[in-house]
Design a protein around this ligand. Structure first.
Ligand SMILES: Nc1ncnc2c1ncn2[C@@H]1O[C@H](COP(=O)(O)OP(=O)(O)OP(=O)(O)O)[C@@H](O)[C@H]1O
Length: 513
């Protein structure tokens, strides 16, 4: 990839710029003699004033040798061509799918594994290989990818598939029409051209073109809402069965589809083959959730799970190899100090062997080093990156909390900020009540507030431990697990909580009651 960042010297040469600005500057001198200008130009090209004048906001930034050679390679959207430590899973998939290249129906496959274990990347890699090979051997085989987190109802899945196949069918028809039109024009010049074709006259070619045009007009795009589901299904069915082919439907995050809209889609897809005449359909489901098949109809479960492939989490050594392979392409020669990759791998392995997290860390560490304008990425940049990513996560979780949980969290923050340690539920509840009154929110019961505190605990935002107070029973001691200032700022960015003017009186309230 070439981009201005790759070679800033080549893209914008400050010297060249200075020369230009002198030439422009010379227009200030009325009626310059052409020869003088050239001479002036040479003489003044080292003149600092004009150089300074042209230095803009970006010059300094461009001058620092960039750390990255190609940052895109570290982004989640990039599909690598090599996937270290996934050879076994990739081979398993290929062994199952090769059936498609023989014109038969491959078994359905279910792929399991935690987030960031390379399921999508591996499945996409195998699909691309499958499609390329099918073109090479001219065996009609197609893969359709659907992300069920986005497309999460039966209607949408079927509509999206129907429209994709309709588009493909239109392309097939257009190609055929092109061929016939070529035959038509060459046969007009030399009627013997028809001898090798299926048509005995120009009229017959004309009719065939008309038929194809009419067929094309019959295809109707499925709207994204509004049709009865069986109509959408039959549109999809007809579009797939339009000509002979094997179709692999890849349903990424398949558990989200089942969670949102049950197993009807899978039931319909898995029984299609008995009715299709020309084509065959096979399903490849990908899931983070090992238990989602428990919610499936037993028939769907056994049909979908004909073959199961598990993607185990990566360990720190495997993550190192993955990072190294990407870093070789992403960074300039010696931009990484020795500790960087092992540390990113170790942090990500602690999480649960998530390659996405490891790549995020490496990219963020590189960006932080770039911002510092240093020549290389150091261990400290990785630690800062780890903190930044963690903080971004916290901000996102806090920002999307329901209002009641935000109020409870705000009460805990106010107590901590006022030096209260080992906060108990009663203290939180008192402040919570006052905050609710201030912003006109419903007041929940203390029991419900205790539940909300437990939820905040599960999200890792607060730490709530149950301690025994001897004969006074047991109580919860609550403390914040996230940075106070940043979390408070996120809470105050909520328009309702932002309305609270003076928080001091609320803290006094803990002594009431
Ligand atoms: N073996 C590997 N080699 C190189 N890159 C990898 C490997 N495994 C995963 N990655 C990279 O890690 C990131 C996450 O991988 P991927 O999206 O395939 O994970 P996933 O298992 O599908 O996760 P999720 O369930 O969250 O979608 C991607 O950027 C991918 O390119």
């Amino acid at each position: 990839m070439t981009d201005a960042n790759d070679d800033p010297e080549a893209a914008i040469d400050p010297d060249e710029d200075a020369g230009d600005s002198t030439a422009l500057g010379s227009t200030a001198d009325p009626a310059p003699d052409l020869d003088d200008v050239v001479l002036d130009n040479l003489e003044t090209s080292t003149d600092d004033d004009s150089d300074e004048a042209s230095r803009g906001l970006f010059d300094d930034l461009l001058e620092g040798e960039p750390i990255f050679e190609n940052k895109e390679v570290l982004r989640p959207s990039y599909t690598p061509h090599k996937l270290p430590h996934r050879e076994e899973q990739i081979n398993n998939m290929a062994t199952i799918l090769v059936t498609a290249l023989r014109g038969d129906t491959p078994s359905n496959i279910l792929i399991y594994g935690k987030t960031g274990t390379g399921k999508t990347a591996s499945a996409k890699f195998v699909s691309e290989e499958l499609e390329t090979t099918s073109q090479k051997y001219e065996v009609p085989c197609e893969v359709e990818y659907i992300n069920c987190e986005v497309t999460d109802t039966q209607y949408r899945v079927l509509a999206q598939l129907a429209n994709k196949f309709i588009d493909k069918n239109v392309d097939v028809i257009d190609e055929r029409i092109d061929e016939l039109e070529q035959l038509q024009s060459s046969a007009r010049e030399d009627p013997s051209e028809l001898a090798d074709s299926d048509y005995d006259s120009l009229g017959a070619v004309e009719d065939a073109i008309d038929d194809l045009e009419a067929e094309k007009d019959e295809f109707e795009e499925v709207p994204m809402t509004g049709w009865p589901t069986d109509r959408v299904y039959s549109s999809f069915f007809d579009a797939v069965d339009y000509h002979e082919r094997v179709v692999v439907i890849m349903l990424d995050e398949i558990d989200k589809l089942v969670e949102k809209s049950g197993d009807d889609t899978l039931y319909n897809l898995s029984r299609m083959n008995s009715e299709l005449e020309n084509s065959r359909v096979s399903i490849m489901g990908i899931s983070n959730d090992l238990k989602f098949t428990d919610f499936l109809d037993p028939r769907v479960k056994s049909s979908l799970g004909e073959e199961e492939i598990v993607f185990p989490p990566y360990d720190a050594n495997q993550l190192r190899d993955i990072l190294q392979a990407r870093a070789d392409v992403a960074f300039k020669g010696n931009a990484l100090t020795d500790d960087v990759i092992p540390l990113c791998a170790a942090f990500a392995a602690q999480e649960h062997g998530d390659a996405r997290r490891a790549l995020d860390l490496l990219r963020t560490a590189g960006e932080l080093a770039e911002r510092d304008q240093t020549d290389d990425v150091e261990e400290d940049h990785v630690r800062q990156a780890q903190e930044k990513i963690e903080l971004d996560r916290v901000v996102e979780v806090v920002r999307t909390l329901p209002t009641q949980s935000k109020i409870v969290l705000f009460a805990i923050i106010l107590l901590e900020k006022n030096g209260v340690h080992n906060i108990n539920t009663g203290e939180v509840f008192n402040i919570y009540k006052n905050l609710c009154a201030e912003i006109d929110a419903d007041v929940l019961t203390q029991r419900r507030v205790t539940d909300l505190i437990s939820e905040l605990d599960m999200l890792g935002i607060v730490n709530a431990v149950v301690v025994s107070k001897g004969r006074y029973g047991r109580t919860k001691e609550i403390s914040l697990s996230v940075p106070t200032e940043e979390t408070e700022a996120v809470l105050l960015s909520d328009s309702r909580l932002g309305d609270i003017d003076d928080v001091q009186p609320f803290v006094q309230a803990r002594f009431d009651n």
